[in-house]
Design a protein around this ligand. Sequence first.
Ligand SMILES: NC(=O)c1ccc[n+]([C@@H]2O[C@H](COP(=O)([O-])OP(=O)(O)OC[C@H]3O[C@@H](n4cnc5c(N)ncnc54)[C@H](OP(=O)(O)O)[C@@H]3O)[C@@H](O)[C@H]2O)c1
Length: 317
Amino acid sequence: MKAVTLNAYGTPEVLEVTEQPMPVPAPHEVIVKVQAVGVNYADLLVRQGIYPFIPQFPAVLPGEVSGTIAQTGTEVQHLQPGQRVTGYAPAGYAAYTAIPAAGLTLLPDRIAPAAGLLTHSLTAQHLLEQTSGYRSVVITAAAGGVGSQAVQLAKIKGVPQIIALTGSEAKQAYVRSLGATHAINYRDTDWLRQLTDIAGPQGVDLILDATGGDTPAQLLSVLAANGTLIVYGNSSGHPTSINPQELIMKSARIVGSTVYNIPPAQRQEWSDYLVNLIATGQLQAQINSYPFTDAARAHSDMANRRNTGRTVLSFPE
Ligand SMILES: NC(=O)c1ccc[n+]([C@@H]2O[C@H](COP(=O)([O-])OP(=O)(O)OC[C@H]3O[C@@H](n4cnc5c(N)ncnc54)[C@H](OP(=O)(O)O)[C@@H]3O)[C@@H](O)[C@H]2O)c1
């Protein structure tokens, strides 16, 4: 079977399409015939060898997949071949991949493979549930995978003010179409003044930052009293420096967050909720699909901020 493999850390060109042996399921695993791989920003960090979990060489790149169960392990009772599923696979960039059965979510037939990839929406749901009663939210990288889901989920939750920060005019238009009440291009030199004007004297209750660098410290200036800044990514690749003294007079808090820490029962509940939203058309993803043989180009486009919505690698039927 074909897979996208890594024999050295580095630029997108280190990704190679190679022939690999078919995976064999351990007793509690299933083999999924992969139709779509969701390219998450973390995959770029794994490829560069700068993520907390990095594979040993030679490696099939890990990733989230959606597809059809081809085979079940001897101890798997509740799943059958032919069922449609999504989940995270330790060797996901492949035509067939082994996944622990407990980590899979069933997908109804009416959800297309790329639409059923849940990592971005689960991350967004987790972020938006970490505080309550907020009336305004700022979302950075709002046109991206997680960001575009966060804008829609905030709208579904009825958050009155959804302020989306993005890196281009086209992305501004896109996030407005998703329900952002305000869209700012944070490549404008006066983006922080624009944001301050929109936030008004009361400030913003919740800020979700995925970009790191100088941005979180700048965003702190618009955080409301008792507000929450959640730091969950660093796509700029630059270190962040924040003075905690600035939190004192606002009684504000800064929180780190990872989708990996959602307890299993909560993950299941939210996955079911999100699958229902997707199936009923209330939650959508703009899909940018690349053949799996173009994995390097997909990574390069994301690294160069040319991506909008969800980036997906497709495997032939
Ligand atoms: N903690 C968690 O559980 C968790 C889970 C999933 C993802 N994440 C993190 O969330 C972030 C978003 O992930 P994603 O998969 O949805 O990716 P994404 O947002 O679709 O793609 C990355 C985006 O980051 C923005 N960006 C800003 N500065 C950048 C720079 N210097 N270089 C490249 N991109 C830059 C770009 O959007 P603009 O052009 O609009 O700025 C770019 O499109 C990543 O940092 C990822 O690691 C965290």
